[in-house]
Design a protein around this ligand. Structure first.
Ligand code: SF4
Length: 448
């Protein structure tokens, strides 16, 4: 055995997928993956550097790994700023930037020499995921071509590079064959998938599949599992995706990070495709009435007046979004907005954040209360006690949305799909009683 490696993975699902790739390479080389500092011969910390609190959290995680283990390899977004790390922790063994998987593996080799087995490379590499076995993130592109003024992701992760459709489909088929029942498609801007490839086709199972999101979704729908889209920007072609939702090919769930509703602030933020929000929402709901719309918003962006903020509240009241996340604006070193005039005092940001969340809490409560008495599909995530399961409806993405607590009337396993009658609702979660099991229609998923 080559050595035992631990991983601390911080940040968004995109960073989690990077951690999975690093660990899959190390596992294929014979390293053992362990889950505690004490068992590990070395620890990799995959950092986030998106906003100031995330930088601080990453630095604290590095400090903890140094205290608890001592041999620490740092990678990820904050690794693009080695001076920030090395000035506080000169003793870390190596610092590499995001996506530099080879650099991390080399750093591990230096600390823990690899096994020199001639047979090792003949072993098949199984998909490795850090999520529970029944759902997986599928990163369809890396990087971003936009220039949002509060964000440095394009500086950290570079311009968008999409993966060929055939490569993604191959990975999706393997994930379903190894137990995934929900695939969550992610990128910085999923709706721009394939633009950098000029939508070039690639060959999959004798078919030519273009690198565009609609074609990819059409192919993935043959797998018979839940397909969920994250980080979609409201471009016109999104209507065709909403049509797929109405046809049942894709979960009726749209995660659209609008960030604000004031045209003045959207211009200052340089957000792509954000105009005519209410009109767009109405059109999507016409195409697919059951669509769940999730969005995130920044409050207290530089220059935000009380009038701008009221515009945002009015929009939320009118739009009745199903899920809303909000963040008080936080400075990011090197982002253009950091130098903007009219920064909003911290107290006012917090006060606006509380007002927004109170409004949305009422909307969410009423929306969930309206579901009581209805039937819904639930994917089981956990079985916390006898006769009880906790899962998610199609309207709930893992980690960010609510859950459904289900009283079971038949045996169930994690990853099962149940028909559930909703019997109660709180501000963000539901409860219900299972009616029947819904076998997965694993069409092409069984062919692997
Ligand atoms: S779309 Fe904007 S916020 Fe999102 S990664 Fe790209 S630049 Fe950053």
């Amino acid at each position: 055995m080559a050595g035992r490696v631990g991983m601390v993975s911080l940040g968004c699902p995109k960073a989690l997928v990077d951690s999975e790739q690093i660990l899959a390479r190390l596992q294929a080389e014979g390293y053992q993956l362990v889950s505690s500092y004490q068992e590990a011969d070395a620890v990799i910390v995959n950092t986030c550097g998106f906003i100031t609190p995330a930088v601080e959290e990453s630095l604290q995680a590095i400090g903890e790994a140094l205290d608890q283990n001592g041999k620490v390899i740092v990678t990820g977004c904050l690794g693009e700023r080695p001076e920030t790390i090395l000035s506080r922790y000169p003793q870390v063994c190596s610092v590499t930037g995001s996506q530099d998987f080879a650099g991390v593996v080399e750093a591990v080799h230096r600390l823990l020499p690899p096994e020199r087995s001639p047979h090792r490379r003949l072993l098949p590499s199984a998909p490795l995921t850090l999520t529970p076995r029944h759902y997986s993130y599928l990163k369809i592109a890396e990087g971003c071509n936009h220039t949002c003024s509060f964000c440095i992701i394009p500086k950290l992760r570079g311009l968008q590079v999409s993966r060929d459709a055939a490569e993604l489909l191959g990975q999706a088929y393997r994930l379903v064959a190894s137990g995934s029942r929900e695939l969550l498609l992610i990128a910085q801007d999923s709706s721009a998938y394939g633009a950098d490839l000029r939508h070039r086709p690639s060959q999959f199972q004798g078919r030519s599949v273009p690198a565009d999101l609609v074609s990819l979704v059409d192919e993935l729908s043959a797998l018979g599992v839940w397909i969920r889209l994250h980080y979609v920007y409201p471009y016109p072609h999104v209507d065709r995706l909403v049509e797929r939702m109405a046809e049942g090919k894709l979960l009726p769930y749209l995660d659209v990070p609008w960030q604000h509703a004031s045209p003045k602030l959207l211009r200052a933020m340089r957000r792509p495709g954000s105009g005519r929000q209410l009109e767009t929402i109405r059109r999507w709901r016409q195409i697919c009435p059951e669509v769940t719309i999730r969005s995130t918003f920044i409050v207290g962006f530089p220059g935000e007046t009380e009038e701008d903020f009221t515009q945002l509240l009015d929009f939320l009241q009118e739009a009745q979004l199903d899920r809303v996340g909000a963040f008080p604006y936080s400075e990011v070193a090197e982002a253009d907005a950091t130098a903007f005039p009219d920064q909003v005092p911290e107290e006012r940001k917090q006060e606006r954040y509380a007002r927004l969340m109170a409004l949305q809490q009422g909307i969410s409560r009423a929306k969930l209360a309206a579901k009581v008495g209805r039937e819904t599909e639930v994917l089981i995530d956990a079985l916390p006690e006898a006769g009880v399961a906790v899962g998610r409806s199609q309207a709930d993405a893992p980690d960010i949305d609510g859950s459904v607590r289900v009283r079971l009337s038949q045996p169930a396993r994690v990853g099962d799909r149940l028909r559930v009658r909703i019997s109660g609702a709180s501000d963000y979660d539901l409860e219900g009683v299972s009616l029947s099991a819904l076998p997965w229609p694993l069409g092409a998923g069984q062919l692997v």
